[in-house]
Design a protein around this ligand. Sequence first.
Ligand SMILES: [Zn+2]
Length: 461
Amino acid sequence: MCRLCRRFLRDLSSLSGIPSARRPARLNASRAVSYDSQYLGRYSQSGEEAGMGMVESAPGAFELIARDDVTRARRGTVHTAHGAVPTPVFCPVGTQATVKGLAPRDLLTLEAPMILSNTYHLYLRPGADLIGELGGLHRFMAWPGPILTDSGGFQVFSLEGLRKVDDEGVTFRSHIDGSEHRFTPEKVIEIQQILGSDIAMAFDECAKPHDRAYIAEAMRRTHLWAERCLAAHSRPDQALYGIVQGGVFEDLRAESARVLSEMDFPGYAIGGLSVGESKEDMLRILDHVVPLLPDGKARYLMGVGSPEDLVEGVARGIDIFDCVLPSRLGRNGAVFTPEGRINLRNAQFRDDPRPIQEDCACYTCQHFSRAYLRHLIISRELLAPHLNTLHNVHFLLNLMSRIREAIEGDRFADLRECFWAEYRPADEVARQRNHANYRRSTGPPEGAKNERKGRTHSERV
Ligand SMILES: [Zn+2]
């Protein structure tokens, strides 16, 4: 591996010229000032007012900056009312209006360009109206940057046995208390407009990827709902993106891309992937569907965010990603390195004096050894998930930053090759097993008859 390429996989943040011992302090100090004086001051007015009039381009509009010559990778900007988002971008997920384990101050230090939050969860608790009364989602969670909200489709359709779908909408029972609720396209748009996210998503039906008959029916409904979402959407400082469905079937994906493209959304998500299909199927569908989407619009691959998926998604022309992976892994003691994941619980790290990753500029790696982090994990200390998540989110944001530089410098293909020369992803069997456990954990509400132990619904995207 050439030295230049190897460096891409290491942390080459703009801080590399600063003596390592001083990096965190300088970072935190400068960021604290900008957070208080620049960002929070913006929220002295209502969240809606804060976003108005700040966008020169239309909200959610995609601006192309550079293309890779070898792959479909592209470098661009997505414009929002709360700032420009450099793409390709990874969005940490704040399901409950918080990225688990991190304060907004941490996300600013990490220079997270945009975060994602969840319509379904915030609607159930604390309620969209409450958030609206308190100034909107940005102000409620004190996050000054861009926010993307999903439509709740993925969560609602994960509630197997607890929801009933018809062409008008979906009736479902809350995973929290079993109470009955109904989502329609109009309701989902109303909730997202009250929350005041920068990018809202159309309501879609996210079906299991291999049942062709049902997938076709769900896709038809998704198209009907997309039109109703467009008609219902009225907030001028918020973009509304459409969601392409069609499972693992290329002809259905092509039809969905064609129908939704004609509706002229400012951006398009590819939904219904990373929901149990093989990695080969996911990449095959991306190869097929991305070229069918409008070139001048942003493309968002929902719920995908492992390092290898980011690299391969970018190579296929994806601009936006989100995933709970860095925080979920961090809570379980697993952390990313350029060689792959390691689990700090393992006994081999008991007396390991090294940081998680040599040359990493994050606060965790600048201050703590693997041995200390393992001690925190074993002792169940609250600091453990924080420090692990901090590193994991930094790792993915840094990877995306290196990818953007590489595309601009026409070196993305080299970066991709070097990434695969060094990185060993979690094996496919383990990935499928984790996913199966994940799916099983999503159904029953707390207190329901068929309650199961394990991870709860609220932990998923
Ligand atoms: Zn680190």
